[in-house]
Design a protein. Structure first.
Length: 122
């Protein structure tokens, strides 16, 4: 059976499944090229694995950024209440309190943590 490796400059079949509309497809393509240059897949199976690594890393980076983007504002908004009820607290406790406030009806914190765990185990 003959094998023809997809060109590393091509994006995966459906990049919109990985790259959101507010993210850079160019940066994703550069990241993908860097991974292909580093791992130099020899066949389609290896190329598919490299594509999977890139997609998972991209999504994991997004989840980590979203986590910080959610917790930081919650810490800022909740700082007066934390100071009033708990006094001075260490940074981890402050982040934990903010995370608890995010667990409300939206459940964003739990969703982000589940997404991160899911991606980290793939």
């Amino acid at each position: 059976m003959s094998f023809k490796l997809r060109k590393k400059s091509n994006l995966p079949t459906n990049p919109s499944a990985v790259v959101l509309s507010n993210e850079s497809q160019e940066l994703y393509a550069e990241t993908r090229t860097a991974y292909f240059d580093r791992f130099q897949p020899a066949d389609q199976v290896e190329a598919d694995l490299v594509d999977r690594i890139v997609a998972i890393q991209w999504r994991l980076d997004r989840v980590i950024a979203m986590e910080a983007g959610s917790i930081n504002p919650a810490m800022k908004i909740g700082a007066p209440a934390v100071a009033e009820t708990m006094g001075a607290v260490d940074p981890i406790t402050r982040a934990a309190v903010a995370l608890q406030t995010l667990e409300g009806p939206e459940g964003i914190a739990g969703a982000l943590l589940r997404a991160e765990a899911s991606l980290a185990t793939r």
